[in-house]
Ligand binder design. Structure first.
Ligand SMILES: CC(C)(COP(=O)(O)OP(=O)(O)OC[C@H]1O[C@@H](n2cnc3c(N)ncnc32)[C@H](O)[C@@H]1OP(=O)(O)O)[C@@H](O)C(=O)NCCC(=O)NCCS
Length: 165
């Protein structure tokens, strides 16, 4: 069984830290779109979960997932550079997937920057497969790789990471 990091839903007090981490870790080289105001909207949105892990009051990582009837969209995921390679990205992903699975969602989709080879490798390790590309997806300047993970009906990829890792 995976030793899960302590992950909780974000509160409004987390919005500024999440926005800063998005700007620095994800949106570098692009206009800053996930501002604190947008993150706050996501925190208040009943169809969106913003999950965070904090240590001694310091935000270490977060993930944002929007839920539909059949699929869910992993919008953002980041771990602070000092907290990487300790299983937190996997833990946040598993937490959000577990919630999606419980809600009856069948698959997760996401887009990752095509120039972010680390993220692509990370997501492939979590069972996501590449299904296409979207040219100029990020502000017309950076392409996206589109990825999917089936939560049901796809053998190994359907296993519940919270229960099996
Ligand atoms: C991608 C990211 C979230 C990974 O977080 P992390 O906490 O370091 O990842 P974990 O420690 O949970 O690693 C989980 C697995 O992915 C693999 N992995 C993690 N980072 C990797 C990398 N840079 N390259 C290849 N594999 C990687 C690990 O080897 C690990 O494998 P294991 O399950 O066999 O141990 C983190 O590097 C990050 O925040 N990057 C910047 C933001 C970003 O790119 N976000 C994603 C796009 S929105």
């Amino acid at each position: 069984m995976l030793a899960l990091p302590d992950i909780r839903l974000a509160t409004p007090a987390d919005a500024a830290g999440i926005a800063d981490m998005s700007r620095d870790c994800i949106e570098h080289g692009l206009p800053w779109s996930w501002t604190a105001a947008r993150v706050l909207q996501a925190i208040h949105d009943p169809l969106t979960n913003v999950a965070v892990h904090a240590r001694r009051g310091q935000l270490q990582g977060f993930g944002i997932m929007q839920y539909g009837d059949d699929d869910a969209h992993l919008l953002l995921l980041a771990v602070s550079p000092v907290a990487r390679h300790q299983g937190l990205g996997r833990g946040l992903t598993a937490w959000l997937e577990h919630t999606a699975r419980t809600a009856g969602v069948r698959r997760i989709r996401l887009e990752a920057r095509a120039d972010n080879l680390h993220a692509l490798a990370f997501y492939e390790k979590q069972g996501y497969v590449r299904v296409g590309t979207a040219s100029g997806y990020y502000e017309g300047v950076v392409d996206a790789v589109q990825m999917r993970k089936m939560l049901v009906g796809d053998g190994g990829a359907a296993s519940d990471d919270l229960a099996t890792r």
